[in-house]
Write a protein that binds this ligand. Structure first.
Ligand code: C5P
Length: 397
């Protein structure tokens, strides 16, 4: 239930705007108080009158309306809400949010808020897949905006693909979940490793891998959203720092281990980093010159950070979670790692060529514990992070 929760619904101008009427009805049936802002183009799809009738409140739309500003200033509108939901979120409003543009009441309220924000994107598949939209979504995710969907399916424009707004019932469920999740990990300390490591061969060359850090960073963000004091120890990545997370940047496996040990104690450790198993035995201070035969690289084993954390005696976090990036027979290959590493759960994912798991924004994972294997449907890395954080809260919260 959403009893007494105050939701500021920002309706932008997409064909899915008509679904907002049902969403408002469902939210109110669940006990929420719903106040709505309509962008100018949203009024081409739904009328303020029907929105007002269903929400049982005045509908706002004009940043420069003297009456509106007198009744309820634009800052007050976002202050008075527990959650802001942009639905449908068009490519245009998402771009304006990412840029921090505040040229109407909707975007001004979004810029003025310090409350959680959710968006339910809805647009043509090509617009969703456009590089500009992808970049905007990455910015919004890095600012902790929760992204619901979009779904795949037939579109109003006659095309098929990803870009369809998630159904109102799913939005209500996500809103309920987000309220239920708040503070579930308050008072807990979480340690997350993410990204690749770089192991120097000489001062200019190194051994690395294709890990982007997206999944690890998303997990840190999800744990922080649930109230955990979260420390993210990351190898070199392009990802922006997740909000509310203390980020420690390292390059090598040895540095990552040291940083983890310094960060202890923790209640939960999630080792999502793709740590290089080996490093060049001796990386001198001089660049290796190209004279004669190619040099022979002699490798030595890196410390296993997950295993070290999982067997740390008294300082062992209560819950230690490892990842296993495998190709083919993923579950069979990942399962023995529970024992080999001494961790409590393994999140196994398929990184075979073509899966686009490395670097992509989606992931298909299997959660392996001592007594069960759960295969999750393919979903965004943010959704994997949210689901994992929720299970972590069940286990230690
Ligand atoms: O043995 P494998 O590399 O497949 O194990 C993967 C898991 O172990 C991941 O959780 C990874 O973060 C962790 N790991 C580690 N230190 C290493 C190698 C792997 O923490 N040196």
């Amino acid at each position: 239930m959403l009893d007494g929760r105050r939701i500021l619904l920002i309706i932008s101008g997409g064909i899915a705007a008509y679904k907002c009427l049902d969403l408002i009805r469902q939210l109110r049936t669940h006990g929420a108080a719903v106040r709505c802002i309509l962008t100018r183009s949203a009024t081409e799809f739904v009328t303020p009158l029907s929105v007002a009738a269903l929400s049982g409140d005045k509908v706002y739309g004009d940043l420069f309306s003297l009456t509106d500003e007198h009744d309820m200033g634009h800052i007050q509108l976002s202050r008075d809400a527990d959650l802001l939901v942009v639905v449908p979120a068009t490519a245009n409003i998402l771009a304006r949010m990412a840029q921090g543009i505040a040229d109407d009441l909707a975007t001004t309220a979004l810029l003025a808020t310090d409350k959680p924000v959710m968006v339910a994107p809805s647009m043509n598949v090509r617009m969703w897949e456009h590089e500009a939209t992808r970049a905007n979504m990455a910015v919004l995710r890095s600012r902790n905006v929760t992204v619901l969907g979009p779904d795949s399916g037939d579109m109003a424009c006659g095309e098929y693909g990803e870009g369809r707004m998630v159904e109102p019932a799913d939005i209500v469920a996500a809103i309920e979940r987000s309220f239920a999740d708040q503070g579930r990990l308050a008072g807990q300390r979480a340690l997350v490793t993410s990204g690749p490591t770089h192991e120097p061969i000489d001062p200019v060359r190194y051994i690395a891998n294709r890990s982007s850090g997206k999944q690890g960073h998303a997990i840190a963000a999800a744990l922080a959203r649930m109230g955990a004091e979260t420390i993210l120890i990351t190898g070199p990545t392009q990802e922006t720092d997740p909000p509310g997370v203390a980020v420690i940047r390292v390059e090598t496996a040895q540095q990552m281990l040291e940083a983890c040990q310094t960060a202890l104690p923790a209640d939960v450790a999630v080792c999502a980093a793709a740590v290089s198993d080996w490093r060049p035995e001796s990386a001198g201070g001089q660049k290796i010159k190209k004279n004669g035969a190619p040099p022979k690289l002699s490798l030595t084993e890196n410390p296993d950070i997950l295993k070290t954390l999982a067997t740390a005696g008294n300082g062992r976090p209560r819950l230690v979670i490892g990842f296993a990036a495998e190709t083919g027979d993923v579950i069979a290959k990942a399962k023995p790692k529970l024992l080999a590493k001494g961790c409590d759960w393994i999140v196994a994912n398929d990184v075979a060529p073509g899966t686009q798991t490395f670097g992509g924004s989606d992931n298909s994972v299997h959660l392996i514990t001592a007594d069960r294997v759960e295969s999750w449907p393919r979903m965004s890395k943010q959704a994997v992070a949210d689901q994992l954080a929720s299970l972590i809260a069940d286990a230690i919260g």
